[in-house]
Design a protein around this ligand. Sequence first.
Ligand code: ADP
Ligand code: ZN
Length: 643
Amino acid sequence: MSKEPKNLNKKPKLNPYWIYGIIIASFLAIQLFSGGFGGQTEAKTTPSQFFEYLEAGDVAKVEIINNREAKIYLTKDAVEKEIHKKTKPNSILPTVAPSANYSFEFGDLKLFQEEINTIIDENDLINTQVTFETEDNLFGNFILSLLPFILIIGVWIFIMRRMSSGGGGGAGGQIFNIGKSKAKLFDEKTDIKTSFKDVAGLEGAKEEVQEIVDFLKNPEKYTSLGGKIPKGALLIGSPGTGKTLLAKAVAGEAQVPFFSLSGSDFVEMFVGVGASRVRDLFKQAKEKSPSIIFIDEIDAIGRARGKNAMSGSNDERENTLNQLLTEMDGFGTNSNVIVLAATNRADILDKALMRAGRFDRQIFVDLPDVRERKEIFAVHLRPIKKAEDLDVDFLSKQTPGFSGADIANICNEAALIAARNNKKAVDKQDFLDAVDRIVGGLEKKNKIVTPGEKRAVAFHEAGHATISWMLEHAAPLVKVTIVPRGQSLGAAWYLPEERLIVRPEQMLDEMCAALGGRAAEKVIFDQISTGALSDLEKVTKQARAMVTVYGLSEKVGNLTYYDSSGQSEYGFTKPYSEQTAELIDREISDIIETQYRRAIKLLEENKDKLTELAEVLLEKEVIFKDNLEKIFGKRPFSKDEEE
Ligand code: ADP
Ligand code: ZN
């Protein structure tokens, strides 16, 4: 069954419609066939007509079928006669025996037989045969009616067998590649150029996978001491944090082939495909061992089993998962195939995947912090012609919460922007524009904003800026813009400190700044608007978290309703009494209203500065820290953001 493994880099051209084609074709063939063979090709006639033919000596044979129907075979000469012309068999396929010319049903067999015998005797027709057939046609019809199904099932079984054997290159045709794994193979000699040098940050993760590299490079070192080589590791982290990159780097460092595919590649509309693809993948990996299999988005097949027992539609996925587990258990520790899998939802994975001997190592690949972002920038700035004074520190501070992929994207985008502006080198402004673009979607210069709306937006944003400038713990502002982008009409950019623990006064100051937008609208226009929706959403969530998660409300006390296991035993009911629910609601409202009043008070006291800032904003559309400093003076509390 096993043939040479096909070239993996060539994607099998698989078209499931082929199968439908075959099914339809066989249907048609069967229809033709049965029509020609068992169909009613003989002409209808009546008993009295038949007796006339019989008397005339035209009948060679009478076949009585199931004591009910008669089939008449004419003599050779009679067939030529004018009256019998249209009875010639019109079968398309050549038939084995000459078919009957007439058929009819008679009433009583006894009477019919007597009549025939009389005619034969009277006319001395010694050559006329009368035969009886019984079972033949009943059974034949039955078989014929089943034939289409038998054929379809046959074709189906054939396809499935070809698929699950995993073989069948060449003669079988394209459809038989359906059970082959779709893995993309990166050859260690030609394709893998990735090394740890290309992976910035992620020190912890790199250290852990370093061990895997060592295993792959000199397995004897470990096995000679009786140690077991790990079979799999799970890389856990949000999208774009470099999981694929890390896996590739492992292969690059160890100089082994790298099979890469996504969990969703296993899932196909045909039963049994996923499992056979898994089998095929491991077979190929073993042939090339030592090697690495990388399964991205393993959650597509690795979700916990049996949760959706109702639907039954998960059977296929479960079979695939079972096959994966079987393969991982099956290959010995000396096969030197290591499976790396990536997910951002480790919590939904089937626990069986994590058992010893399977993905028993879990490596966390987190979003980069400011220092790591700087390193990632350094990696992606390497090929870029950048301005001499480009401040990478500044860029990494500007991009909190960005993943490695986002940063790679920024660098590329900045180079494109610079090229569009015919610059010789990529400078800071290009990077800032790139950041804006990636965060807010493409700039919408032509979005229609009325002057009144623009004024409201300017004061709203100026309100945020003013408050955050004046409160010690609010994140210092870097940039305010009223250029509409994506969904938002304006935005204020802050430089959040990356805090590990947050104090209540910090939270309150941030909430106050977030409410500064609406407060400014109230103070200046004595009107509020829907423009504060996202601010309110943020503040409400934060206030709720203070009370119910972090236990920061005095009245509710030092308790939390947070459940880190995510499997609250309370289900949909609240884990607290009605009275507590009311208390919580009151506390949340209290916190928010207090901060809102505080923001109003601050802005009223600084109405002139707020107005000045808003006017500058209306004029320039974008303002930075220095504009704020010009109006408010140096920010008194800041220590670290000054260079
Ligand atoms: P994931 O698999 O976690 O979704 P990828 O590994 O596909 O993320 O990352 C996408 C791209 O982002 C990489 O090709 C690389 O250019 C960039 N990238 C991500 N993380 C890093 C990192 N730590 N160092 C350098 N580049 C990174
Ligand atoms: Zn706002």
